[in-house]
Design a protein around this ligand. Sequence first.
Ligand code: MOS
Length: 767
Amino acid sequence: MSLEQAPLPLGPSSWAIDAGPDPLAARQGLIGAPLARRDGPAKVTGEARYASEVRLDGMLYGALAFSTIPRGRIVAMDTSSAERAAGVALVMTHHNAPRLHSTVELGTAERAAAADELPVMQDDRIRWNGQPIAIVLAESQEQADHAASLIDATYQPEPAITRFDQARADARPPALYQGDPLRQTIGDPWTALAESPHTVDAVYTTPRHHHNAIEPHAVTLAWDGDELTVHDCPQAVTHLAWSLAQVFGIRQDQVHISAPYVGGGFGGKMLWQHQILAAAAARLSGRPVRVVLSREGVYRVVGGRTSTEQRVAIGAEDDGTFTSLVHTGVVATSRHNNVPEPFIKPARCLYATRNATFEVKRADLDMLANTFMRAPGEAVGTFALESAVDELADRMGVDPIELRLCNEPAVDPSSGKPFSARHLIEAYRAGAERFGWEARSPRPRARRDGEWLIGLGCATATYPYNRFPGGAARITINRNGDATVEVAAHEMGMGTGTVQSQVAAERLGLPVEKIIFVLGDSSLPGVVLAGGSQQTAAIGGAITAAHRELVGELLKLINCDSPLAGLHPDEVGTIPGGLGRLDDPSRSESYTAILAAAGVDTISAEATAPEGMEQLEWSMHSYGAQFCEVRVSVITGEIRVSRFLGSFDCGRIINARTAASQLRGGIVMGLGLALMEETQVDGRSGRIMNPSLADYHVPAHADVPDIEVMWTDIPDPHTPLGAHGVGEIGITGTAAAVANAVYNAIGVRVRDPPITPDKLLRHSPGR
Ligand code: MOS
């Protein structure tokens, strides 16, 4: 904070209507500054300790054995060889597992963390191919792995639904998804479509995906009586503690989750069977246990994004105005959970239409529970929608950006709510100019460089603003003027600790070096999911609330001869190192002076953020315009993404470096969605066939060009810090931008990513 700035008033006590913008949103200084990650040195030197690196005295190593059928019963299990194998301390199966309670499914309770409510190793039933049937504990990981391989199970298989085409015949509306039926009709879309002079109507499919965090799921834990200490890598420490407590019939405060570092999550780092099995086996063996899933284990135990089949139909007038928008389809789900990839969400907010219908149906398979994966719904929904818009533009012979912009809605087309902040047009204009969009030929196959055809494509990105209930923080200031900020939040690599140190420093008027930000522990305040791209707003709101409380406490300490005597918190503001009167900034007191005069060493305040009522008042989303240049070999069908630019509208950007990294990371994952990622399932057995990074391809460095990102940086007046999330939007729109660029390059429209060379050669009109 610079000395010239006026005192910074306290943040609003809510972000709902009439609350006024967060004064911090307009602040320069630390807000927006490209600070390097504060935990970077600890990570690159190896000092940062991840869950699989925690060593506990007397610890045993666990390995899982997995079922090889999708559905049925275990009729016999031979564990004798495993039990006799060197170093083995315990083989646990449903025969000897302790009795465990079930926990509730994600989304059904505030602190739910499990993808399903299935009992864990409590009976002989097999519910998916890959379900854990045994856990072996041994003195070393190698001994455990070997012994697990010796377990022999005999099954009585039962008929299973393992193919999407079997399941889709019985497709049905899902249960409410986050309170939403995932179906809505506005006006008369079918008549409008039939009467439209221009239409597109196509089906797009997307396969299953897995998260593939660089750190496989790992847990190291120990019991002390009925107290359970868990070193884990979740994106929801409080949810995990609550859920494990349910399973073991103990209180939440008897479960202590420690997770200072998480090696990537993307929605997959929640509660799965391996943590429950590790804790149960630890109880049975009386020793601490570490379970690190192999990469194959992650695919067997941890569900990813499910597959979708989406129909998009658009009708348009001659001037490009949409008359009708249809986005419907079916997603695969498992019988035992409810995460129906909500692909209709982008269509519901992006385009002005008087007639529309949106519907997601679910088709149940006997599969591992699928779950949230980076931009659930939007990642694959924007693929279909934004491909269809490009197809329509091509048919109409209009520029795809102009077609989008002439359908820009004045209010949210499905809810009728005003937008809290929407600057998509600015993002498109700035991005198009920067990218050199005018060089694009509207005609496919128009640009060639030797064997390479070159194409440009664009697509809209969007992801909602979320701020879930439960964000809380504790701020403690001591007499040296140092502040500790504590939140039960998560550092999954995105820079949360760094960004929130900046926020706290600016809010408190302290240099960032004076801020200690503590996160990743269930004993800290708050219920903060690192998901839904909501951590920045959730923590920002929590710090604001705790800061208000802290200022109130500081004012209570103040002497009657202080220049701040008798003031209400709303009459003071932050100045460097202390508080000043808003009506007379020259009259102020430092934190140090306040504490010294009162004779106290520290002062602490904790508060919960007000609920996210702003989300009821406004339609709140991040937006972006994705631009892609591809080169496609006419000989091999190889696709090289040669340039990529994302131009985003995500409210105020709090840290230019970490935000750019989040946006780029999302785009990289979107390139994977477009070009290579696919969890392949054997339709006969429901078994995942490519459970390794050798067979499931993710983008490697050579696949990724220098990705440029830019942003509007226009604060949303209705959010903490004026910010929107940046964690997930990068993956949205990306795959469509690639597919649209591929079409522009070679005139082949691929509607079933990943866009692999065989699909291009099959359809290519020849060299
Ligand atoms: Mo994300 S799928 O909300 O981690």
